[in-house]
Design a protein around this ligand. Sequence first.
Ligand code: MLT
Length: 405
Amino acid sequence: MFKVNNDYLKLPGSYLFSNIAKKVNAFAEANPDKKIIRLGIGDVTQPLCPAVIKALHSAVDEMGNAETFKGYAPDLGYSFLRDTIVEKVYKALGADIKADEVFISDGAKSDSGNIQEIFSSDAKIAVCDPVYPVYVDTNVMAGRTGTYDPATELWSDVIYMPCTAANGYAPELPTETPDVIYLCFPNNPTGATITKSQLQEWVDYANKVGAVIIYDAAYEAYISEPDVPHSIYECEGARTCAIEIRSFSKNAGFTGTRLGYTVIPKDIKDEEGNTLNALWARRHGTKFNGAPYIIQKAGEAVFSEEGQKETNEQIAYYMKNAKYILEGLKEAGYTVSGGVNAPYIWLKTPDNMTSWEFFDYLLENANVVGTPGSGFGPSGEGHFRLTAFGSYENTVEAIDRIKKL
Ligand code: MLT
C-alpha cells in the first residue's frame, strides 16, 4: 500500500486563507441578509487597467492567427518581458541585473513556495515572526523544519526573528546562523518597511555568514517614502547573496491573471561554485512550461507609459483606502501601524482579545472580515491585519462600522 508524504501530515490545520474563507462562508450562509465586507485576503478589487486590457486583446488576436500563433512559451520567459524588466525595473534603480537572471513565472506565491527546492534538505531557514505562511509551510512540506510544538506554535529547526512593536517590526540579525533568510519588505502582514541602510546590514550579514536572502518585494510599488529600498539590489554586495521575488498581482491587479518573476544573480554560488541560477533554470525546464504568451504581453504593457500611469492611479486608489483605515482606526482609539508604504494595516486587538476572538467579534458585530495576526505566527497574536485592497466605498463603510462598535 502506498504511503503519503509524511511531511505534509505535520502541517497543523489548513492554509490560513482557506480557513478564513471557510469561516466567512459559513457566516454568510447563516446570515444571508448581512452585507459582509471582506478586508481579509490581500486580493485586489480594481479591474485591470486599459493598457493591460488592450495588450491582452491584441495578444489573443495573435493567438488566433496562423502567422502569429504561439505554442509553448520559453520556460524561463519571453525575452521581450525579461528585457523590459531589466530596463524598466533594475536599470532604473541603478541595479546590475541581466535578462538571463530574470525568471518569469505564474506568480510570486509559486516562486516563494518553490524556491526552497534548490537548497539542501538540511538547510536552516530563518523567518520573521509574523510571516507570510507560504515560507514556513513549504519548508515543512520539504521536511526541513523539525518538530512542531503546538504550545508555542514554533518549529524546532526554524530560526524565528520576532517583529513586534518593540523593534518597530524590523527583524534583528539572528544569533544562530541560517542558510536561507526570508525577508519581505514592505512587509506582509505588518505593513512595516526597513531603510536602505538596515537592508544593507542584512546583505553584509548574509555575505559574511554565507547565507542566501530570499527577498519578497511583492509590495514595493506601495512605497511612498524616500530611503525605503524598492529592491535588494540597491544594496552593495546583493548580487552574491540575494534572490528577489516580484509580483504583478499587487501593483497591476494580476491576482487572477497570474504573473511574477524571480531574479537570481549568477554570482550566488555555493562552496563548489554551483550557481543557484543554473539550478532554478533546471527546475523551470523540468517543472514549468512557461507563463502564457498572452499574460506576458499583458505584463509588458504594465511597463508602458500608459500602463505605468494607470497602475500608479490604482496604487494611489488603494493607498487612499489605507489612509482612511489608518486614520479611522486611530480616531476610534486603536493602536495601528503599517499602511504608509504598504497596503496592509496592522492593529492591536482591543481589550486583550486574541486575534481569533477579534476576528469573530468583527465578523459578527460589524460583518467585516480581516486576518487574525496569530495566523501569521505566534508574535502576531493580539494583532489583526486589514487590507486596503477593497473598494473605497466598502472600506469607508467597514471603518465606519468598526468606529460604531
Ligand atoms: C495575503 O493576503 O497575505 C496575500 O494575498 C496572499 C498572497 O499574496 O498569496
